[in-house]
Ligand binder design. Structure first.
Ligand SMILES: Nc1ncnc2c1ncn2[C@@H]1O[C@H](COP(=O)(O)OP(=O)(O)O)[C@@H](O)[C@H]1O
Ligand SMILES: [Mg+2]
Length: 365
């Protein structure tokens, strides 16, 4: 029997990825047009579960299939060294093979070390080591893609990377930098002086994928698992997941599972799948998210839940009996954690599906 083909895990590249064609086309063709293509420096911006990490992985694979090297790092301390070591590792095979006389048996790290042998006490800087490595890659016309996931403006190394990368771009090296992050983190990053170069990066906002694409994902993925939705069942699941990529996978997974040995996913299986997926989502994502919040954060969310759609910060402050300035610290923290999203002009909404509904149940317990 076929295995369940859905991928309800964060960071997993889905078997069928839909709704991102333009972004993928633009970035993949940028690899062919390097250097100089504006999409070589891009930021993917979106809420949790929209598919940023999956896209970074997919794009890294695409780059590799075009003969580039790809190094993927999360935005954490030690990131720069991770990038250097990752590039050494990815290129060692390439470089050892093609330059037999000098390089056989030596790692590029050692080679670069040799260049500074005259002054053994001074370790070459990250920038010099990386430049030497890029020289080797340039000689072989190999590009380097760096992906940085979950960007955090507070990490000093992020600003450093931006500055060094800017120098690589200025020198017309064949490099690309793709980043991904939550909207609030990205906007802080772009406002930070140390990373001002990144303001010129191409910005891709990724959100829900729309019903037609969700339908495509569900149908084609189920097919890979040798099952087919009935039209009614498909309609139910499409409606329930609201185009939210993570839920598409979760609801697809549970519906496929609920169909058991049958090759058809009917309405009954779909309904069981949807409700099972809802409770998975509540415990794995929503409860986990709310558990991390303070009482005041929760109070802020409760004040928001009274509105049908968007909420105004000034109104929330009134409901909490506090000043707008006082509640803005909770607003900021909730934005940073991806729990709420800014709609501009002091307005906010819930950033995760079903969060508003689940909040009552959570606090009732
Ligand atoms: N375009 C897409 N179509 C279908 N499923 C997707 C798509 N993008 C992401 N997914 C699925 O959605 C889930 C969340 O993706 P992930 O990349 O972890 O999101 P993020 O990094 O934005 O939190 C994963 O299960 C992934 O397989
Ligand atoms: Mg992610």
């Amino acid at each position: 029997m076929a295995r369940n083909p859905f991928t309800p895990n964060f960071g997993q590249v889905p078997r069928v990825l839909a709704g991102r064609d333009q972004l993928i086309d633009e970035i993949v063709s940028a690899f062919d047009n390097a250097p100089g293509d504006p999409s070589l420096t891009s930021i993917l911006i979106g809420a949790r579960g929209t598919g940023k990490t999956a896209l970074l992985s997919l794009l890294a694979n695409e780059a590799e299939s075009k003969g580039w090297l790809a190094v993927n790092v999360p935005c954490v301390g030690g990131m720069l060294e991770e990038i250097f070591q990752g590039t050494v590792k990815a290129s060692s095979h390439l470089i050892c093979q093609s330059d037999e006389t000098k390089l056989t048996g030596l790692t590029i790290g050692q080679l670069i070390g040799l260049e500074w042998e005259a002054k053994p006490s001074e370790k070459p800087t990250w920038f010099l080591r990386m430049s030497a490595l890029l020289d080797e890659l340039d000689r072989r016309d190999v590009g380097l893609l760096i992906t940085v996931d979950e960007v955090r403006p507070s990490l000093e190394e992020m600003g450093l990377l931006a500055s060094y990368y800017q120098l690589f771009v200025r020198d017309e090296r064949k490099v690309a930098l793709l980043m991904a992050g939550l909207p609030s983190e990205v906007s802080l990053l772009l406002n930070d002086k140390s990373a001002s170069f990144l303001r010129r990066a191409s910005q891709y906002h990724i959100g829900d994928i729309g019903d037609a694409d969700a339908e495509l994902v569900l149908e084609r993925t189920a097919e890979e698992g040798e099952k087919a939705f009935t039209p009614d069942a498909l309609g139910r699941v499409v409606e329930a997941c609201g185009g939210f990529p993570y839920l598409i996978q979760l609801m697809g997974y549970r519906s496929w599972q609920a169909a058991g040995n049958s090759s058809t996913i009917d309405v009954e299986s779909a309904e069981r799948g949807i409700s099972r997926a809802r409770s998975d989502f509540e415990t794995r994502v929503l409860k986990a998210t709310l558990d991390e919040l303070s009482d005041k954060d929760l109070e802020f969310l409760c004040a928001m839940a009274q509105d049908r759609d968007e909420s105004r910060t000034s109104e929330i402050a009134k409901r909490m009996g506090q000043s707008t300035g006082y509640v803005s610290q909770y607003r900021r923290r909730l934005l940073e954690q991806g729990v709420i999203a800014s709609q501009g002009r002091g307005k906010v909404t819930f950033a995760l599906p079903f969060l508003k509904e689940y909040l009552k149940e959570y606090l009732g317990d």
